[in-house]
Design a protein around this ligand. Sequence first.
Ligand SMILES: [Zn+2]
Length: 335
Amino acid sequence: MKKIVVSLFILLIMCGCSKDYKFSKLGYSDEEIAAINTLSEENRDLFLKGYNETLINLVTNKQFKEENLDEYLKFRNDFNDEYLFYLVNENIVNDENFEKILIISKDPYFILEKTSEYLEFYGKYMNLRTLVEAVNSLSCYEQYSKEIAADTSKNYLVLVNKFYTLDKNYEPDDLVEVDKKYTKYSLKLRKECYEAYIRMYEDGLEEGLDLSINSAYRNWQLQYDSYNRFLTIDPQNVVDTYSARPGHSEHQTGLAIDIISEGSNFDTFQYTDEAKWMADNCDKYGFIIRYTDEKKDVTLYKGEAWQVRYVGDEATKIKESGLTFDEYYAYYLEK
Ligand SMILES: [Zn+2]
């Protein structure tokens, strides 16, 4: 009796392991067999026909979901693993749109997680670059239609625009007074930004240029007052092209400076030697020209030759990318 029980037991183990034994003989590793064994009987049998590299690569991927197996197989030749698993698992790719996705993903600043948005706005822009640029910068949306908290932990690289907003109470804790040598007004800037400005100013002076700070840090209330004062002069759609609504001004970061030169104003500064020199050289001091006419549909502001934004060491890379800071942030800094 004891013998029979032991034999039955051994037989049972052998039956249970027989498939594992076959997988092993076909060349699957223990780890791969463990992954195969999480599948349904039907899908497990797919592996019995021989060593299937494609299938086993799918099944052993951390993002694999068995219910999506057919979809993975359908699109596996079109996309790399990262794209394939994201697009299938998020239910984005299908027979109608996979070719569009292939086209869009060729843009150098394609962001996988924005695929649905690229598809939503597909055909509404002149070309692929302007489509991806608009989605990355959020300028595809109505201005102020999204309120995203600005990430101040990014420090000098914080993004503030018509979608990224600063809290009413946000005030940098390292503001310093701007010396009257550099401005006619009573102004403050973040310390590192101010020191960088002084270096730029001194070098400009040596070139015979005369830079003068017109505006620097503005708190929420000051921006509120300023924006509302403009509303008494121009209709809102016009004001929005040159003034930020409170909470949305880069000046509240203490990293934005409006600079003009003696004898010029905001209309004429762009034609001065100072403006040209600043555009060519400000990145050496950690600044970028934040708004240009060329990119006004992306920044959602008219060009401002006078406004520089301190970003620190990354300034030259941002300048050379040719991207707006809004898009640069989405592609390089946000994640
Ligand atoms: Zn400004």
